[in-house]
Ligand binder design. Structure first.
Ligand SMILES: Nc1nc2c(ncn2[C@@H]2O[C@H](COP(=O)(O)OP(=O)(O)OP(=O)(O)O)[C@@H](O)[C@H]2O)c(=O)[nH]1
Ligand SMILES: [Mg+2]
Length: 273
């Protein structure tokens, strides 16, 4: 998979690992079986050609050729399962939803339960085609939006947790791979009301924001505080809220229209990064 672009390569690895986990065979084994089939076909063909070249008459050569073709067919049919299995595995990879090459991707990054998916629903023009990836119950979703300045894609990601890079699970890795490798802009989604659960406590969300921001300093970035219909949690001092954060609520509609415009601007204004 070395020939694939980095994001697609990571997507393929995750999917293959998931197929194996679900009782399928590894791509390496499927490829090894197919290689055995290929070698057997070539070997049989060569042997038949060598036999036919010894023929002393046209008719004998023709008979040997027909027998040779039959033996190649027999070898192929004996092991054709290996080819079917390879075709099936390739088909699964082909059907994976992939971001459209070159089209900007707006990645919603944030901790679990902070309101990322609600924002996607509230800001999408029409119904985005949401495609689910098969490797997890926590899905990475990709929707297409027709914005004022053209098409762009919205990636609704499962939450990032507060932990070091080496502790991250594959889904978190894929979210970050999207930010790193795709022509992306980041909407960092925070719920500072303290109602997203202990795992997504406001101060942890601010810490994860710093971590991701430092890692991708060049990405176009928008900070959004969701659930703005609720007050800030006691532990969050107003000055701790990042400068320029947009307060949004999907419950009372606060700044939803403005957010749509800011999102479109963000993908239109990628500065080639
Ligand atoms: N009060 C209030 N609740 C909200 C708002 N937006 C989302 N919620 C609630 O917050 C909860 C989580 O919202 P989701 O949009 O599923 O959050 P998420 O970040 O996609 O969650 P995961 O995908 O599980 O990480 C839901 O119960 C929503 O109803 C808001 O603006 N105000
Ligand atoms: Mg969600």
């Amino acid at each position: 998979m070395g020939a694939l672009p980095p994001f697609e390569s990571q997507l393929a690895s995750l999917t293959l690992a998931a197929l194996e986990r679900d009782g399928g065979r590894s791509l390496r084994d499927v490829e090894a079986d197919f290689d055995l089939l290929r070698r057997a076909v070539v070997r049989t063909g060569k042997a038949a050609t060598a036999e036919a070249s010894k023929a002393s008459s046209f008719f004998e050569a023709k008979e040997l050729m027909e027998a040779g073709i039959k033996s190649v067919e027999d070898v192929f049919n004996e092991q054709r399962e290996a080819l079917d299995e390879l075709i099936q595995t390739v088909g699964k990879l082909r059907r994976l939803p992939r971001p459209v090459a070159g089209e900007p991707v707006l990645v919603l990054v944030g901790m679990p339960n902070v309101g990322k998916s609600s924002l996607v629903t509230a800001t999408s023009t029409g119904t985005p085609e949401i495609s689910n990836y098969p490797f997890t119950t926590r899905q990475l979703k990709l929707g297409h939006v027709i914005g004022v300045q053209g098409r762009y894609q919205v990636m609704d990601t499962p939450g990032l947790l507060a932990r070091t890079e080496d502790e991250r699970n594959p889904m978190e890795g894929l979210t970050l791979a999207a930010v790193e490798h795709l022509p992306s802009a980041v909407v960092y989604v925070m719920d500072l009301s303290g109602t997203s659960g202990a795992q997504s406590a406001p101060l942890l969300q601010l810490r994860v924001r710093e971590q991701v921001r430092e890692r991708y300093p060049g990405r176009p970035w928008l900070d959004v505080r969701t659930k703005a219909d609720l007050p800030l949690a006691d532990e969050v001092l107003p000055e701790a809220v990042p400068h320029g954060t947009l307060d949004v609520s999907v419950i009372d509609g606060t700044n939803v229209a403005l957010l749509k415009r800011r999102m479109a601007q963000l993908v239109g204004d990628r500065g080639g990064s």
